[in-house]
Write a protein that binds this ligand. Structure first.
Ligand code: NAP
Length: 316
């Protein structure tokens, strides 16, 4: 069944980095019946609340972009919370999508679902072929179970539940809280504040040697809408650029964009995480989608948004 411009689309997590970009993309593409609830209005961990919401709203399409999300440090410190909260959220939402006959569900995974030593670039079928990176194993286990649950509901009941696996994202409405945020927003904030304060140096975590891929969030959102419209397969789809940089190269790019002229000090006591993580995006490309915004342009856009919204940006 195709999705329709008038379908009621519930974007769970519509104020987050991913959810807000998906709402922007849906609107750009003419979808005009989009609903959302803040965490305060609807706690997706609460099964009864979720059921009541589905009973009342009866969405046609659901995008599950609500999750407890954090960087390497937050994940390392609270594996139980990351596993429990995410499993709870996705169990409640996926089951109600089934019970209330939602015609399409898009579930969002994350690249930490792949084994630590997966072949690079990582193809979709590397899932469950090896041990996970220990620092975010709790989160990864939750995401893997959500992704497989979508697969099983499709297989057993014929539900049109699909999932995708976006690489590291950045852009408007990111989280800038220093202890819990991802690497790119943390760098933007650190360099920005160091520049304002005239600090001689900025400390960054790890050795700077890991290789990572970064995707501008609006490109990811366009890919999600593209998949909602064009993909019904059982296997998840990687969403990325297929290009990688070292964390050191990334730091230099952010430093230049922000205009910070001091020194970078690498705190090697902090963990690096997986040495390399690049998605194989040939499946997405062969379906007909390619990311448009390159990294220097995306960092410029993200920094412009940050400067304009610094007082109300999350985590500030
Ligand atoms: N960021 C990335 O680089 C990245 C990469 C790949 C995949 N993803 C995936 O994309 C999804 C969203 O990530 P994000 O980066 O957009 O995170 P985010 O900015 O932190 O947004 C998460 C959203 O989920 C909501 N939420 C969390 N717990 C909730 C609960 N119990 N009930 C209701 N709402 C709740 C949050 O609401 P509050 O703010 O009100 O708590 C927030 O709006 C996740 O599944 C993540 O795995 C993200």
């Amino acid at each position: 069944m195709q999705i329709d411009k008038n379908d009621k689309i519930y974007v769970a997590g519509h104020r987050g980095l991913v959810g807000s970009a998906i709402v922007r993309s849906l609107k750009r593409q003419g979808y005009n019946n989009i609903i959302g609830r803040t965490h305060k209005e609807l706690d997706l961990k609460d099964q009864a609340q979720v059921r009541e919401f589905f009973e009342k709203e009866r969405p046609d399409v659901v995008v599950l972009a609500a999750a407890k999300v954090g960087g390497i440090n937050a994940n390392n410190q609270a594996p139980a919370d990351f596993a429990y909260e995410n499993m709870q959220i996705q169990c409640n939402v996926i089951k109600d999508c089934h019970d209330f006959k939602v015609k399409k569900l898009l579930f969002l995974g994350s690249s930490c679902i792949y084994p630590k030593m997966a072949p690079q670039p990582i193809p979709e079928n590397a899932l469950l072929t090896g041990l996970l990176e220990p620092t975010n194993e709790g989160y990864a286990i939750a995401k893997i179970s959500g992704l497989l649950m979508c697969r099983y509901f499709k297989r057993q009941y014929g539900d049109n539940f699909i999932s995708c696996m976006p690489t590291n994202l950045y852009g408007p409405y990111d989280n800038y809280e220093l202890q819990g945020s991802h690497v790119l927003p943390a760098m933007i904030r650190k360099f920005h504040e160091a520049k304002l304060n005239g600090a001689p140096s900025v400390e960054l975590w790890g050795t700077g040697t890991p290789l990572r891929e970064f995707l501008y969030v609006d490109d990811m959102a366009d890919a999600c809408v593209f998949l909602l419209e064009n993909y019904d397969g059982e296997e998840h789809v990687n969403i990325g650029t297929g290009k990688e940089v070292t964390i050191k190269e990334l730091a230099e790019l952010v430093k230049q964009t922000v205009g910070f002229e001091g020194e970078i000090i690498w705190n090697k006591d902090m963990p690096d995480g997986t040495p390399r993580k690049l998605c194989d995006v040939s499946k997405l490309n062969s379906l007909g989608f390619k990311a448009k915004v390159d990294l220097p342009e995306g960092i410029k856009l993200a920094y412009e948004w940050f400067k304009e919204n610094v007082s109300q940006a999350r985590g500030m």
